[in-house]
Design a binder for this molecule. Structure first.
Ligand SMILES: C[S@@+](CC[C@H](N)C(=O)[O-])C[C@H]1O[C@@H](n2cnc3c(N)ncnc32)[C@H](O)[C@@H]1O
Length: 204
């Protein structure tokens, strides 16, 4: 791939230029069918952008952000807490070190769950369906979810039809799927970069 092309893609997706990245985060929040009353969990929060946006959008909510904060990413609990302070929501957000594969929460503890671009990264459990089931475990019946990742990567997640069927078998009442690239206006060659990205949202 020519260098200029790679730089152009980097320009759109990099942490320094968040134009597209913001749209990707926003898609998760826009599709969360929730009224903002109660507790929401951001699984694999990174530097905390989704958790912080949720706190701003839902001022009555309490927001938890968990992450493994491994060496691969330049993120940390301290960085998240600093970002929350800068954005004026520090008293509304709790950041905690934990793995998405074994969440330190009770069954049904959260009114809503979100996650962006995390499940494909998780290495401490092989079966992605078990991993996603762990997220649903901590969501209460009737709670809302919006989960975005490379869900169309069949090698990792199986077919999307199978995944939806499986989620419904866990007792989740409403499951919708949209393709990220269809929802965000962008040049076609950038759509190619997002071709495996999809978002599951609905009500447990
Ligand atoms: C691509 S980043 C996404 C971060 C954030 N969700 C966002 O949208 O900016 C992937 C994140 O997954 C986290 N991660 C990887 N394995 C994890 C695990 N087992 N449990 C929790 N988080 C994990 C990484 O530490 C990293 O912060």
């Amino acid at each position: 791939m020519p260098f200029c092309f790679l730089m152009y893609i980097y320009y759109h997706f990099s942490a320094h230029n968040k134009r597209l990245q913001y749209k990707v985060w926003n898609l998760v929040i826009q599709n969360l069918p929730w009224n903002g009353q109660g507790k929401v969990l951001d699984i694999g929060t990174g530097s905390g952008p989704l958790a912080i946006e949720l706190a701003k959008k839902f001022p009555l909510s309490l927001v938890w952000g968990i992450d493994y904060w491994g060496k691969l990413w330049n993120y940390s609990k301290q960085k998240c807490e600093k970002n929350a302070r800068i954005e004026g929501v520090a008293n509304q957000v709790v950041f905690q070190k934990a793995s998405a594969s074994k969440l330190p929460f009770k069954n049904g503890e959260f009114d809503a769950i979100v996650s962006n671009f995390v499940y494909h990264e998780v290495r401490d459990i092989k079966d992605k369906k078990k991993l996603i089931n762990e997220s649903f475990r901590v969501l209460k019946k009737g709670g809302a979810f919006s989960l975005q990742d490379t869900l169309k990567n069949q090698k990792k997640f199986g077919t999307i039809e199978d995944l939806i069927r499986q989620i419904k078998e866990w007792g989740v009442q409403e499951v919708n799927f949209i393709e990220t690239a269809d929802e965000i206006p962008m040049p076609n060659f950038l759509k190619f970069e997002l071709k495996t990205m999809g978002l599951l949202y609905g009500i447990k």
